[in-house]
Ligand binder design. Structure first.
Ligand code: FAD
Length: 325
């Protein structure tokens, strides 16, 4: 382990995690360089739906690893972290397992109510990833962060934060624990423009004035970004249950690759490699978790208490299990 002592920090990766980490560090007076060879937004963060959805991610994605209180705590950091538009229209369940979902909402202690459309929760929010990334770049630049259009390499000395998404090739052995999960997502012209996110098993539809967002496939083990017309067609067919007639609308398919750890939660903390911190493996919740990850990384670098959630995100949580296996 090492700590800051006034040195420069290199952040590898300009996705949601890397940008939020860089911004948080720069605000604390740290000199930060962000390295990323990809064009702005050409990553999982750029194609994501942008849901900040503690309730329905807890209900519909049991492999996500987060409990409702944890995900809520992460969501609640956003308004103070960055002045970005957040849509608080909530989310409504429109799938076939209504009674099981209602039971789960009650068991979780979620804030929800019955509506003519189905069980509705005001707790799930959404941001626009493209717009927010533009804003984060601007805020980070103003705070003094410098950006370099390159991958990190062995020549990078000093403190390094790996926020490299699904790339498992960096200088930290823990990256071998990441599994890629390819995801197709469709931008739909002429879909709903406002209102709650519509949710069901394996599919959601986020209203948006620019283009509604229909997501998303989960294809574990695949890390390519080629559009598979079969997957896109299956997703569109699932979308019919949320928005009848959607198949007839004009859609544009995109692909992103998420990174997942064995327990569904990210690895945030010191690597076994000296001077390297990890901020990877946020799976389906990278946008939701980004400010919390940023605060945690900044606390480690400042030798501060990393907070109540740090232990469950610590990369070393897997060490013991691997030794015993
Ligand atoms: C279809 C889809 C929908 C999603 N919807 C949501 C959602 O609604 N809500 C939510 O919270 N999350 C969502 N997610 C998940 C979220 O997008 C990810 O968890 C999040 O984007 C991960 O951010 P990241 O910064 O870790 O990785 P990325 O956004 O993938 O960024 C990693 C960056 O690291 C760079 N990089 C890689 N290697 C190097 C290197 N050696 N040196 C320098 N740079 C490097 C890459 O070029 C890339 O730009 C979705 C994901 C997908 C695919």
């Amino acid at each position: 382990m090492a700590s800051l002592n006034g040195g420069r920090v290199t952040v590898a990766g300009a996705g949601a995690l890397g940008l939020c980490i860089a911004l948080e560090l720069a605000r604390r007076g740290t000199a930060v360089t962000v390295c990323d060879p990809a064009p702005v937004g050409d990553n999982a963060s750029g194609v994501a739906a942008g849901m900040l959805a503690p309730v329905f991610e807890s209900v519909l994605d049991p492999d996500g690893g987060g409990d409702l209180d944890f995900l809520r705590a992460a969501r609640d950091l956003w308004p103070a972290f960055a002045d970005v538009p957040i849509d608080r229209s909530g989310a409504v369940y429109r799938g076939d397992s209504g009674s099981a979902v209602r039971e789960r909402l009650d068991a979780l202690g979620a804030d929800w109510r019955e509506t003519p459309d189905g069980p509705f929760s005001p707790e799930d929010w959404r941001l626009d990833p493209g717009a927010v990334m533009t804003r984060l770049y601007a805020m980070a630049g103003r705070a003094g962060v410098t950006f370099e259009d390159r991958a990190v390499s062995a020549d990078d000395t000093g403190l390094l934060v790996l926020a490299t998404g699904a790339n498992a090739a960096g200088p930290a052995p823990e990256l071998a624990r990441l599994t890629p999960i390819k995801g197709h997502i469709l931008r739909v012209a002429g879909g709903p423009q406002t209102g709650p996110v519509l949710r069901a098993e394996g599919v959601y539809l986020c209203p948006d004035p620019a283009a509604a967002v229909l997501g998303a496939t989960m294809e574990p083990g695949l890390d390519d970004r080629r559009v598979d017309p079969g997957q896109a067609a299956r997703l569109l067919a699932l979308g019919e249950r949320l928005w009848p007639g959607i198949s007839a609308l004009r859609v544009r398919a995109e692909v992103g690759v998420r990174a997942a750890t064995p327990d569904g939660l990210p690895m945030v903390g010191w690597s076994a490699t000296p001077n390297v911190l990890l901020a990877v493996g946020a799976r389906r919740n990278g946008w939701l978790l980004a400010p919390l990850v940023a605060r945690t990384i900044a606390a480690y670098l400042a030798d501060e208490d990393p907070g109540p959630h740090a232990a469950r995100l610590d990369p070393r949580r897997f060490d013991d299990k691997e030794t015993r296996a």
